[in-house]
Design a binder for this molecule. Structure first.
Ligand code: FAD
Length: 364
């Protein structure tokens, strides 16, 4: 039977940087597409980040295809508001067909119309291909640790951290050795009785390198793997590339220069009042900020039965192996090199959207 509703070439779910970069290339390929996003305004997850957050990569290497990011205050490490105005101008400049807010609940096969069905529980859209660019931010991961249900103090994930003010003179633990942990701890160390708790000692990049290195190294790692298959740690961080993954942002550098950038090993368990350290000593704590990362937000893809046990999707250059009409952008190295960074989102779209366009041509 003829479909009652139109069938788009592509529906993109998510209008963060990954969705915008894909939209740029779909528009250039003159495909009939729309972008659906569940947030009330532009910016993707960036609209929820803490106000003092700064980019770990300079504006010059944090740009999406076609348009440079500028920074009112500091070109070397743009502020959050620079990123938000950049994304807002980007979608307006390229007149990307973004409709919001729509919270997509499911993507399913529609055999009758030989396409995919995207639904938010009320409306249904049909498309020949679907791009999932839903990011990781809405799926924060908190370490499972004994006693976490009993702890009466405040526990928040870095995704919901809004700034140091609320922790003035409080006893706070920042848990996690990534960029969020470093930046949040550096801020809190100035105003609170804060400790930075990490399982492994944090690895700092040299002062003179920025997020670009993270991108280049991820690209190199993927290239090496593609050539020799196995993930061989030794070549993953090829000899001359600087070691480490924490970018020495201005606030992190300041904390280090004040001798504040020290860490404690992970505590054993939580109690009602606080923590029990590995030496058995108990300490009462006011708040814990979990900077323990994120998992990909893929719930809406469950009906396609493509989510593996490791909560990822098997993809080749972004295309789902089990459902060729499904494509993923963003999320991180497992989809394409550094695709969870701004520069990586642009490069992944430039490399993989042409394959999606080709796929649709062959399908028609
Ligand atoms: P998102 O920005 O999360 O966009 C996904 C969009 O899809 C969101 O609007 C989301 O609400 C929406 N969505 C999700 N599920 C649904 C659904 N079911 N239906 C409809 N819409 C949905 N990268 C850098 O390059 N430089 C940095 O300095 C940097 N700093 C970072 C600091 C922090 C604290 C974090 C968490 C990340 C940082 N990143 C940085 C990494 C990266 O840029 C961000 O994670 C970025 O948000 C990823 O963009 P994205 O488009 O993949 O996902």
């Amino acid at each position: 039977s003829k479909p009652t509703t139109k069938i788009f070439d592509v529906i993109v779910i998510g209008s963060g940087q990954a969705g915008l970069a894909v939209g740029y290339y779909l528009r250039r390929a003159k495909l009939d597409f729309i972008i659906l996003d569940n947030q009330p305004r532009s910016g993707g997850a960036w609209q929820n980040f803490w106000p003092s957050l700064r980019l770990f990569s300079p504006a010059s290497v944090s740009s999406l295809p076609g348009r440079m990011m500028t920074s009112a205050k500091d070109k070397s490490s743009p502020y959050l508001e620079d990123v938000l105005s950049y994304f807002d101008n980007y979608e307006k400049h390229y007149k990307l067909p973004i409709y919001r807010p729509f919270e997509i609940q499911s993507v399913e096969r529609d055999d009758e119309n030989d396409c995919l069905q995207v639904s938010d529980g009320k409306f249904t859209w049909l498309a020949r291909a679907v791009v999932s660019a839903t990011g990781i931010w809405s799926n924060p991961y908190i370490l499972e640790i004994e006693g976490s249900q009993d702890f009466q103090g405040e526990q928040i994930h870095s995704a919901h951290y809004v700034g140091p003010e609320a922790y003035q003179d409080k006893r706070v633990l920042v848990v996690g050795a990534g960029n969020s942990g470093a930046q949040i701890f550096a801020e809190l160390a100035e105003v609170a009785d804060a400790s930075w708790v990490t399982r492994e000692p944090p690895q700092f990049l040299p002062d003179d390198v920025d997020g670009r290195v993270l991108f280049e190294r991820a690209t190199q790692r993927i290239k090496n793997n593609a050539s020799d298959g196995a993930e061989d740690e030794s070549n993953a961080q090829d000899s001359h590339a600087p070691k480490g993954d924490i970018v020495m942002m201005p606030p992190v550098k300041q904390a280090r220069d004040k001798g504040l950038l020290t860490t404690k090993p992970m505590f054993d368990r939580l109690t009602e009042q606080g923590v029990v350290w590995s030496d058995g000593e108990e300490e009462s704590i006011d708040a814990i900020i979990w900077c323990t990362g994120f998992n990909p937000e893929l719930e809406h893809l469950a009906p396609l039965d493509v989510i593996e046990d490791d909560s990822k999707v098997l993809t080749e250059h972004g295309q789902s192996v089990k459902e060729p009409r499904l494509w993923l952008f963003g999320y991180g190295d497992w989809v394409s090199p550094a695709s969870a960074t701004i520069i990586g989102a642009g490069r992944s779209a430039r490399e993989n959207v042409p394959a999606l366009v080709e796929f649709l041509k062959n399908e028609s």
